[in-house]
Design a protein. Structure first.
Length: 226
């Protein structure tokens, strides 16, 4: 009876904790928002980059070809979520899976601008594999940081915590397309720059955002809930 009473008191105390002072929650929300900003900007830039002319660093794809790439990537993502992600999470956990996925995303993104030198079958294989892997890694990160948020609060506070998270995430999702479009327009004007010319600069900046997100998954910034 004493142990049960103590558990109840601890749970009641946890329920009354101010969400804005709950650093495990706030730190995971910040990391989640940074990764959301990256993913939204990437989605916006990918289509613009794929349809732009090769002389500007793009792939000269038609809208139909871009749609086919995205459809295959979506199918691969569905298979991953249904049959593979559970094993990945069980083996690595929320934090390590997010770290590994964000670290692996960086070299994949870095390879995108060099695909413009490929053509035909080689280009198709490289692009399909890259987009599938990028989608798989992104959903691993987003799911991992979402689970961290839910684990940082008691059951009774999860609705309010998710409300705060969704509001913050929506803000980052709102500014990402505008920022991505402006960034793409700017990089198109610097095709002959000595430092990361053209579209190389786009993916360099995307990688910087991904790197910031990766850093935010480590201590002392990220507080892992007990």
């Amino acid at each position: 009876m004493i142990d049960n009473s103590r558990s109840t008191l601890e749970e009641d105390s946890h329920k009354q904790k101010n969400l804005y002072k709950n650093w495990p929650l706030i730190s995971s929300i910040i990391a989640y928002c940074v990764f959301t900003l990256h993913d939204t900007a990437y989605s916006e830039i990918f289509s613009l980059w794929a349809v732009s002319d090769k002389k500007y660093g793009g792939l000269s794809f038609s809208s139909k070809e871009v749609g086919q790439v995205l459809a295959v990537a979506g199918a691969g993502l569905l298979v991953y979520q249904l049959f593979i992600y559970r094993s990945v999470h069980r083996f690595l956990g929320s934090v390590n899976s997010s770290r590994v996925a964000s670290a692996l995303s960086i070299p994949i993104l870095a390879a995108y601008p060099f695909m413009t030198h490929l053509s035909g079958f080689r280009l198709g294989i490289a692009l399909y594999l890259a987009t599938i892997l990028k989608g798989v890694l992104s959903i691993t990160i987003i799911t991992g940081t979402s689970l961290l948020q839910n684990n940082a609060v008691s059951q009774s506070q999860r609705g309010a915590a998710n409300g705060i998270s969704t509001t913050a995430m929506s803000f980052f999702k709102a500014i990402a397309p505008a920022g991505a479009g402006a960034l793409f327009s700017w990089t198109q004007k610097r095709q002959n720059a000595a430092f990361f010319p053209g579209d190389q600069m786009i993916f360099f900046i995307l990688n910087l955002i991904e790197l910031v997100g990766l850093v935010l998954t480590f201590k002392p910034f990220l507080a892992i809930p007990n």
